[in-house]
Design a binder for this molecule. Structure first.
Ligand code: FAD
Length: 513
């Protein structure tokens, strides 16, 4: 009797051991599920991205003579949830064995490990996507303990021999982060390359989403711009290595409102292809390092190191933080933040230009780059004390690359400090000055970034102080923050009072900022 193997929407990994040889009598199931479209409200492009990638993966397997059971929302509408569907298929096909790959998301891992099937045994196999094997996470990480990303990253560089000359790092130094903080000057802006975009016909998928009344938000750019199969993802990777990697590190933290390509800049936009496993992190890193080796006149070590650090360092790090701390991580709220997410997050209507730019492009493209997520929307939520459940929910829904294992440690941990410093040793709190340093957003803003207490003062300035003062007892102990409080203490009492009053005004009127 046949074996049924499940391929989840983020397991489109052609390099998995399952596909190394063509096992006989195996049926691969790829299914659109209501439980996956409904566990949060997703951006329309996110649903379209996953559904089209699943359809194309199913098609590629069929072309390669694998036996595939590909099911759309129409076919699974009456299955209560994933276990119910699996049970139905195992019964229909008389399967003796059901196999699945270890899910990356806690919710699905629990659901599948708790599943009991009548007359079919269940077997879980490892996914081979990450550098760090799943069962080794606990040798590097401990629950509720901070592990420094930089230490972990160096271990990973050594262990996998990436950008290493024997025992020493290529270029003589581990980290070139200090070279990665350039602002885009006026003369740099016309040189920003246009992004490589794709065009996949989504009309069937959209019709299905509408037919099944799936609740989504955001715009569907036409044509659909994200790569949803391996050939397209490979093209995007090649394009990145050629045109974007030479300036990737340098402008990694920069933001501008003054280019048609302001949303893409020098970022790879490979996160969807990586997180759906269309491309493996090893494949991406190898391609980038090959490009660096072949073009050292245009790609410097600080560019390639900056890119490798994101994937071999941060990406593996947050996945480990997630798994070592779940399920408790999802409940952490160290700063007891309880405010509701203001409505501008859903419509982009705000007078704060930085927020308007970051939210509008997220609604338009289901994408924002790291500094927009961290220092614009993330910082705003931190300073205003938004309930981390609502912050998580927004990030999980809006970005094409958002899957809980990567979204949550970045959001709840890195931006909101809700995990009490498991990810970040200090909160990423910033006043308007940071935005002004890294972008040209402030010049066209309704608010004045140089002001703190006036009616037109940039809200971030007073909100920053309000946040720091509210949590003084907790943060004053941190030697990296002590200086901030000395600066506050030096200000006169009237300024202090006016600053806190201005912050209060903004908090009371948060929906209309
Ligand atoms: P690039 O700038 O080109 O970077 C290359 C790759 O490095 C990315 O594709 C990604 O795989 C990896 N990477 C970079 N930074 C991180 C990071 N902090 N954590 C993990 N991987 C990283 N990334 C997601 O993939 N999904 C999410 O849901 C997600 N949510 C985030 C929420 C917040 C609040 C923040 C601050 C960051 C979040 N990130 C998330 C990380 C990062 O912002 C995105 O990976 C990145 O913007 C994706 O765009 P890109 O592919 O152009 O990245």
């Amino acid at each position: 009797s046949p074996t049924l193997r499940l391929i989840l929407g983020d397991q489109l990994d052609v390099g998995h051991a399952w596909f190394q040889d063509k096992a006989q009598n195996v049926i691969y199931v790829i299914a659109e599920l209501h439980q996956e479209t409904n566990y949060t409200t997703h951006h329309i492009q996110k649903v379209c991205g996953f559904f089209s990638a699943m359809a194309r993966f199913a098609n590629a397997l069929q072309q390669a003579q694998y036996q595939v059971c590909y099911l759309t929302l129409d076919d699974t509408a009456h299955d209560k949830d994933l276990p119910a569907l699996i049970q139905r298929l195992c019964t229909e096909y008389h399967c003796a064995l059901f196999e699945y790959q270890q899910p990356d998301e806690y919710r699905l891992a629990q659901q599948l490990s708790n599943m009991v099937l009548e007359n079919t045994s269940v077997h879980c196999v490892q996914s081979s996507h990450f550098f760090l094997p799943f069962h080794e996470i606990s040798t590097y990480f401990t629950k509720d303990k901070h592990v420094t990303m930089e230490h972990f990253y160096r271990k990973m560089r050594k262990r996998f021999g990436i950008l290493m000359e024997g025992d020493t790092p290529t270029g003589g130094q581990w980290n070139f982060d200090s070279d990665n903080r350039a602002k885009l000057k006026k003369a740099d802006i016309p040189l920003i390359p246009e992004p490589l975009l794709f065009s996949y016909d989504m009309s069937d998928i959209i019709a299905r989403i509408q037919r099944h009344k799936i609740n989504t938000f955001g715009e569907l750019s036409q044509p659909f711009i994200w790569p949803t199969n391996r050939a397209e993802a490979q093209q995007l990777l090649t394009y990145f290595c050629k045109y974007l990697l030479p300036q990737f590190g340098k402008f990694q933290d920069a933001m501008t409102a003054n280019s048609p390509h302001k949303w893409s800049l020098y970022h790879s936009r490979l996160s969807f292809a990586l997180n759906s496993k269309i491309l493996s992190p090893k494949h991406v890193i190898d391609a980038a390092i090959n490009a660096y080796n072949a073009n050292q006149d245009t790609i410097t070590i600080s560019q390639i190191e900056g890119f490798v650090r994101q994937i071999l360092g941060w990406r593996e790090y947050v996945r480990a933080v997630y798994w070592i701390n779940m399920p408790d991580y999802a409940t952490y709220n160290t700063l007891t933040a309880t405010r509701d997410l203001p409505k501008q997050f859903w419509d982009g209507q705000t007078k704060m230009r930085c927020m308007q730019q970051a939210i509008k492009q997220s609604l338009d493209f289901a994408y924002a780059h790291h500094i927009q997520r961290l220092m614009v929307t993330g910082n705003f939520c931190l300073l205003t004390g938004i309930d981390p459940d609502q912050v998580d929910n927004w990030y999980l829904g809006i970005y094409i690359d958002a899957i809980e294992w990567v979204e949550m440690p970045n959001t709840r941990g890195m931006t909101q400090f809700a995990d009490n410093g498991i990810v970040a040793t200090k909160p990423y709190a910033a006043s308007g000055n940071y935005i002004n340093k890294m972008s040209d957003y402030c010049s066209g803003c309704h608010y004045n970034v140089k002001q703190k207490t006036t009616e037109d003062a940039c809200p971030l300035n007073s909100l920053y102080w309000n946040f720091m003062i509210e949590h003084r007892t907790r943060f004053a102990k941190n030697p990296r923050i002590g200086m901030v409080y000395r600066n506050w203490d030096k200000q006169d009492d009237v300024t202090k009072q006016q600053t806190l009053q201005r912050a209060q005004y903004y908090l009371n009127n948060i929906d209309s900022l």
